[in-house]
Design a protein around this ligand. Structure first.
Ligand code: 6PG
Length: 225
């Protein structure tokens, strides 16, 4: 089921998503489970992460029951300004010190890309091993002006990946390597939330919603033989 919510401002978007994260995290804990969330990179979610770290929100989540993953990563060290880990650390993690802090499952952008993708795949295999078939409780994604999400850029093979959950891709338009979750694991999540802001993205968002360009949950190659 696809639900589209149009909000008046980036602040309202962050507020609405923060309330959702609180609700889902607390539901997981009430059910005696941990809460697994894959975070978006880029700039849009920074307001969300900052809000979650604020006095208004951080005390409403039992962070020690939260497992933080990343939807994608730039192939740079974790302290590099372009790193999605660095962005989440600066907006959220730095404020969640001490006992009430989440478990961190970082993509190793500093490693050789293909090796880093294999390492993260093993991380996911290990994490979901105890409950086969389970997947992330929540995946938060952004969307670029070209319609890409995570690091699944138009024309890159990762969009059509049918078996691996994590890929390393050279992105020609960026002249750089990226690590990304693939539709194989994203589409299994309990819930996927796309945070999209700005008039520049409205036309491509309309194309994605209408299916005029490949949405992430369908691709010409089936993952089934
Ligand atoms: C990344 C993101 C990417 C991002 C979009 C939108 O690593 O850049 O994961 O998919 O969500 O590019 O970026 P903005 O939020 O900065 O517009």
């Amino acid at each position: 089921m696809v639900k589209i919510e149009v909000l008046a401002s980036p602040d309202e978007l962050a507020q609405s998503c923060a309330e959702l994260v609180v609700k889902l995290a607390n539901q997981a804990v009430e059910n005696g489970r941990r809460f697994s969330i894959a975070l978006a990179g880029g700039s849009t979610p920074m307001k969300l992460y900052t809000l979650l770290a604020s006095d208004r929100f951080h005390g409403r989540i039992n962070w020690s029951a939260v497992d933080l993953f990343w939807g994608d990563e730039r192939c740079v060290p974790p302290d590099h300004p372009d790193s999605n880990y660095h962005m989440v650390y600066s907006t959220l993690l730095v404020h969640l010190k001490g006992t009430n802090s989440p478990a961190i499952f970082r993509m190793h952008g500093e490693d050789e890309p293909q090796l880093a993708a294999q390492e993260y795949q093993l991380e996911l295999d290990k994490y979901f091993h105890d409950s086969p078939g389970s997947a992330f409780n929540l995946v938060i994604l952004g969307m670029g002006e070209d319609g890409h999400t995570a690091s699944l850029f138009p024309g890159t093979p990762g969009i059509f990946e049918g078996s691996r959950q994590v890929v390393a891709q050279f992105i020609p338009k960026l002249a750089s390597w990226r690590l990304s979750l693939t539709p194989v694991v994203i589409n299994k999540a309990d819930l996927v939330v796309f945070l999209v802001c700005g008039a520049k993205k409205s036309a491509v968002l309309a194309d994605v919603i209408s299916g005029r360009i490949f949405p992430i949950n369908s691709h010409p190659k089936s993952s089934n033989p």
